[in-house]
Design a binder for this molecule. Structure first.
Ligand SMILES: C[S@@+](CC[C@H](N)C(=O)[O-])C[C@H]1O[C@@H](n2cnc3c(N)ncnc32)[C@H](O)[C@@H]1O
Ligand SMILES: [Mg+2]
Length: 329
């Protein structure tokens, strides 16, 4: 049974790629214009959308994750810090005064920013029916930037008109984000808070769009983290997650080259075992009631030193999903 039909019409226009992911779910990734994939979920393996031969014969790379039991629902009244990984936080705390040094340890995030803002702008404009040519297309939208760090992404979102809340568990990051945002009256409207997504869930906060960029690979429990992101998203709202693929190419480039050869990032920034493949991310978001509808990769051009959007999700990628409305009896 297909759980998503909205993008049916794209099938006629685009080449299709199928991935078998586990015993009971399939993803149908449809190559679409603008270097993006559109995604359909099939939850019944007994009636796949095309012949089984269309599916990848390779087994899922992380079968144990794909077959893991569904995470418990977040208890809004319980105090939980399921996303906090103290070792990861110590890494960010150690380099927190370099957030706005575009040649420092966060250089890759500065370089990535135009491409991820472009993806977020186009997907949110489509979803919320905003004019992408408008100067402030996000006017009136409440957005939370979860794991905002120094505010590299929060600031352009505020400039696009959104009412932005930036949260991060490292207090030093929030202080630096605050000081930097206050340099410009437009970004000084950002509300920064040292907290976690699960704490905001406890406070019953909700946002039109929830963004967690380059954070999920640093949290203790990605599935519980996605549950929190979903709980923070209003029904029919948007959730955007970007991260690094657990592929051999990502190991060679994002870890070996970036950390050990080019020294873009401190050694040990990323743990191979903490990375998620796009299929795994789509599944855990789906289990959290977020239906991923669009995905894009980021590719780095060593000649220009710039990143751009691509259909190559083998290293860095970003996913846009919508919160499935719960049916009430
Ligand atoms: C690689 S940085 C990304 C910063 C920002 N999203 C960006 O892309 O520019 C990851 C950030 O997530 C924060 N973080 C990690 N785990 C967190 C958690 N459980 N709750 C909130 N923030 C967290 C870290 O402190 C760090 O600032
Ligand atoms: Mg990272």
């Amino acid at each position: 049974m297909a759980t998503k039909f909205r993008i049916n019409q794209l099938r006629a226009l685009s080449s299709t790629v199928f991935h078998g992911i586990g015993d009971s779910s399939y993803l149908h990734l449809i190559r679409a214009p603008q270097n993006m994939y559109h995604i359909r979920h099939f939850s019944d393996a007994s009636s796949p959308p095309l012949s089984p031969a269309s599916y990848s014969s390779a087994p899922p790379q992380n079968a144990e994750l794909l077959t893991a039991p569904r995470p418990e629902k977040i208890n809004r009244n319980a105090s939980t810090t399921s996303s906090v990984n103290q070792i990861e936080l110590a890494k960010f705390s150690a380099i927190s005064d370099t957030w706005w040094d575009s040649e420092g340890p966060f250089k890759p995030l500065h370089a990535l920013n135009p491409s991820r803002v472009s993806f977020i702008r186009s997907t949110l404009c489509r979803h919320f029916r905003r004019d992408p040519c408008s100067v402030r297309p996000f006017e009136g939208l409440k957005i939370v930037d979860v794991g905002c760090g120094g505010g590299i992404l929060s600031e352009p979102l505020a400039r696009l008109g959104a009412t932005v809340t930036g949260i991060d568990i490292v207090d030093k990051n929030i202080k630096i984000a605050r000081v930097h945002a206050d340099l410009d009256p437009v970004t000084s409207t950002i509300e920064y808070c040292c907290t976690t997504a699960e704490n905001l869930v406890e406070q019953q906060k909700e946002f039109d769009a929830v963004i967690a960029s380059e954070v999920i690979e640093h949290v203790a429990d990605p599935a519980a983290f996605c549950q929190s992101l979903a709980a923070l998203t209003v029904p029919n709202g948007a959730t955007v997650v970007s991260t690094i693929n657990r592929s051999m190419r990502a190991f060679a480039t994002a870890i070996v080259a970036a950390e050990y050869i080019l020294h873009w990032l401190p050694r040990g920034t990323h743990q191979w075992s903490s990375l998620l493949t796009p299929e795994e991310l789509v599944l855990i978001l789906q289990r959290a009631s977020i239906s991923v509808e669009e995905m894009a990769g980021f590719v780095y051009n060593p000649l220009t030193g710039q990143w751009s959007l691509s259909d190559d999700t083998s290293v860095n990628y970003i996913a846009f999903g919508t919160k499935i409305s719960q049916q009430t009896d």
